[in-house]
Write a protein that binds this ligand. Structure first.
Ligand SMILES: NC(=O)c1ccc[n+]([C@@H]2O[C@H](COP(=O)([O-])OP(=O)(O)OC[C@H]3O[C@@H](n4cnc5c(N)ncnc54)[C@H](OP(=O)(O)O)[C@@H]3O)[C@@H](O)[C@H]2O)c1
Length: 326
């Protein structure tokens, strides 16, 4: 399915935009499109600052940015989502810099993500895909919320958008709410639970439960929270695929993938085109799409509070009182 063009009227004129994982792939292209549509400052939150600096230079050298947004400001921040400290250190510095400069944050696009093929533990002790795509994304959402809320004005409601994936609807390992007598999220740190085919989609399913619960606790008058999947896009997400399987990836990309610019337009659509009606909802290739059955069926109704509670328990352990105002 192709991705439509953004409405001609789409603008991010004068909006400040933070994008995680913006040195390459969808995040980079979303930063470029945001700048082309008038955003400034654009904050690149990246794992490696040298890569962020290179991205910044490329963004500011773009002819459309130079012509349409000549005074654009792009700032680079270090963010390592494989550790709790990486997330909290970024959030503290980022928020303190905004406070010092008297700057708002109009839009946060939480885009960084990984798709490991093999089991790996993050330094936190959590399985790495769950750490980056779920726990750290959830933590960053909570840490940014107060700044976003205080940035809402009568003219513009701040945005929090989390990039997920349609693969959440194909998860095989979580089709029913697990028994109450153990910590489900902690159980994912056991290598035996890891499946290459399933883990990425599972991480996206977990963050969708979190996002949906969060959106019931935060008014869309304060922050509009939503999510997108751009469909298959050729990026570096498949970097771990071994050389002998790369031809298969190449064929899939050739037949099915949309260009990265089109994928990035999905990010921008969710933060600039749709508004309060999108709160808590999910857009696949710009189209409002029902979540996978597991999110909304009877088991999903039980799973959402379960995943929220277990997530908040883990986040509170890592960052005491992080959920105090939610
Ligand atoms: N491509 C697709 O077909 C597709 C489809 C649906 C959803 N998505 C989602 O789109 C988002 C962007 O993915 P992409 O396709 O653009 O992949 P990508 O090219 O691999 O980009 C991923 C970005 O995330 C960053 N990142 C990874 N681990 C990180 C960490 N521990 N801390 C901070 N940043 C980290 C990467 O930084 P480094 O460069 O330093 O590793 C990179 O900037 C992801 O959430 C992905 O799940 C992608």
């Amino acid at each position: 399915m192709s991705i439509p063009d953004l409405p001609k009227s789409t603008t991010l004129e004068g909006r400040s935009v933070l994008i995680t994982g913006s040195n390459v792939g969808l995040g980079y292209s979303a930063a470029l499109l945001s700048l082309q549509l008038g955003a400034s400052p654009v904050y690149l939150a990246v794992r490696t600052t040298a890569k962020g600096d290179t991205a910044r230079e490329r963004l500011l050298a773009d002819p459309v940015v130079k012509q349409k947004n000549p005074n654009a400001v792009v700032k680079v921040y270090q963010l390592d989502m494989s550790t709790w400290d990486g997330v909290t250190a970024f959030a503290s510095k980022f928020k303190s810099d905004r406070k010092t400069a008297g700057e708002r944050l109009d839009v946060a696009i939480l885009n960084a993500g990984i798709a490991n093929l093999n089991f790996e533990l993050a330094p936190t002790g959590n399985e790495a895909v769950i750490q980056v795509n779920h726990f750290s994304t959830a933590l960053l959402s909570l840490l940014l919320l107060p700044l976003l809320e205080s940035s809402t004005t009568p003219e513009h409601t701040a945005r929090l958008m989390i990039v997920t994936s349609e693969s959440h609807g194909r998860v095989e390992s979580l089709k029913a709410c697990p028994p109450d007598d153990y910590n489900y999220l902690a159980s994912l740190n056991d290598k035996k639970t890891f499946s290459t085919m399933d883990r990425y989609g599972l991480s996206k399913l977990l963050i969708i439960f979190f996002l949906r619960e969060l959106s019931t606790r935060v008014s869309s008058d304060k922050v509009i929270i939503n999510s997108v999947c751009p469909g298959m896009i050729k990026t570096e997400l498949t970097r771990q695929v071994p050389w002998y399987a790369q031809p298969v990836v190449w064929i899939l990309y050739t037949i099915m993938a949309n260009p990265v610019e089109k994928g990035a337009a999905c990010h921008v659509h969710a933060v600039a085109t749709v508004a309060k009606e999108s709160h808590g909802l999910w857009y696949e290739k710009m189209k409002l799409t029902p979540y996978g059955d597991i999110v909304t069926n009877q088991e999903g109704q039980k799973l959402q509070p379960r995943i929220w509670n277990e997530t908040m328990e883990a986040l509170e352990k890592a960052v005491p009182n992080v959920g105090a105002n939610i």
